[in-house]
Write a protein that binds this ligand. Structure first.
Ligand SMILES: C[S@@+](CC[C@H](N)C(=O)[O-])C[C@H]1O[C@@H](n2cnc3c(N)ncnc32)[C@H](O)[C@@H]1O
Length: 309
């Protein structure tokens, strides 16, 4: 039974959890989580496809956040030499062993270091960085790449190398999602496999709307502040916003870019409401890249504009 003391206590606990998530899970991903990444064939195929298009034997490649070393192995098997930078000692040790087991020790060096402080000892041709979560939340993709670019240019004063991925496209969509589980209503953030998204009873209420495009070799901000008017494309009950992120491992002029979609993120709204076809809604939110999900969730504001406004 809740007492008058229990709510502040819960709040403190929740703040602590937010800090823990950002400091631990966002950056230190335990070894057993890497199984999912190793199994994600679409992710691996997209990275491998981009590397096949752009890496040549003799090139030098750096991977920032190498994990088990699998992406470094793709580069090495194309005849490159690779420096695989990983700051989690458990992962670095695992990668070193796996690289030896795979006969790639002559080509890949594992360096145990924070990638945001790493400066290569010679200019590099390409950088792989997969610290990517939907919306660029939780993981430090932009922070680490920004630091790498500054360190690299200060030290080498050379043009920046190619980045894999080359760009990320961040989108959102209004949806009706039931949040009902066996008769129990539980509106919580949900991750959704991009391949299964049509099968779970949700109803799309708007098209996908682009809210940011990031090109990793350009200057970009460390945060997002978005505000836009979205026109409902159907009647329904607006209960959530779905966030969709596509990563272009390389951007190809012929339109055949290898693309990898992160898991979709469904964020429940605080004030779900019926909407009608053609109605305009003002949606606003802000977060810093790498923030925990809660920062995005708590910042979302939806204003239901009068019909014909
Ligand atoms: C999403 S995993 C990807 C691992 C691997 N590149 C792959 O694609 O399978 C991100 C990895 O980056 C590492 N990492 C996160 N922040 C880092 C940092 N600042 N410096 C070095 N490694 C980091 C994590 O420990 C984790 O192994």
């Amino acid at each position: 039974m809740a007492t008058s003391n229990s709510v502040p206590a819960l709040k403190v606990e929740s703040n602590r959890r937010v800090e823990l998530e950002s400091n631990v899970l966002g950056q230190f991903i335990p070894l057993h989580y890497h199984f999912q990444m190793l199994q994600d064939r679409q992710r691996l195929a997209a990275f491998r496809g981009a590397m096949e298009l752009h890496l040549q034997p003799g090139m030098h490649v750096v991977e920032l956040g190498g994990g088990t070393g699998i992406l470094s192995s793709f580069a090495a098997r194309l005849g490159t030499t690779v420096t695989c930078v990983e700051r989690n000692p458990q992962l670095a040790a695992f990668a070193q062993n796996a690289i030896r087991e795979n006969g790639l020790s002559n080509q890949i060096e594992v360096v145990l270091q924070d990638a945001s402080k790493y400066i290569p000892d010679k200019p590099v041709d390409a950088v792989i960085c997969e610290m990517l979560h939907v919306g660029l939340l939780r993981e430090k993709q932009t922070e680490v790449i920004t630091a790498f670019k500054q360190n690299y240019q200060n030290h080498w004063n050379e043009p920046l190398p190619r980045f894999f991925p080359e760009a990320s496209r961040l989108m959102l969509q209004l949806i009706d999602h039931p949040f009902e589980f066996d008769g129990y209503y539980a509106p919580l953030p949900i991750f959704q496999n991009p391949d299964l998204y049509a099968n779970d009873g949700l109803h799309e209420l708007s098209p996908l709307i682009d809210y940011e495009h990031l090109f990793y070799d350009e200057l970009f901000s460390d945060s997002i502040r978005w505000s836009g008017i979205i026109n409902a494309q159907s009647n329904g009950f607006l209960s959530a916003i779905r966030f969709v992120t596509q990563n272009f491992l390389s951007v190809e002029a012929n339109g055949e870019s290898p693309v990898w979609s992160n898991q979709f993120l469904i964020v429940p709204l605080q004030d779900p409401s019926p909407i009608t076809l053609g109605q305009n809604l003002k949606v606003e939110f802000e977060y810093r890249y790498g923030d925990p999900l809660e920062r995005l969730q708590h910042s979302i504001q939806v204003t239901y504009l009068p019909v014909n406004a």
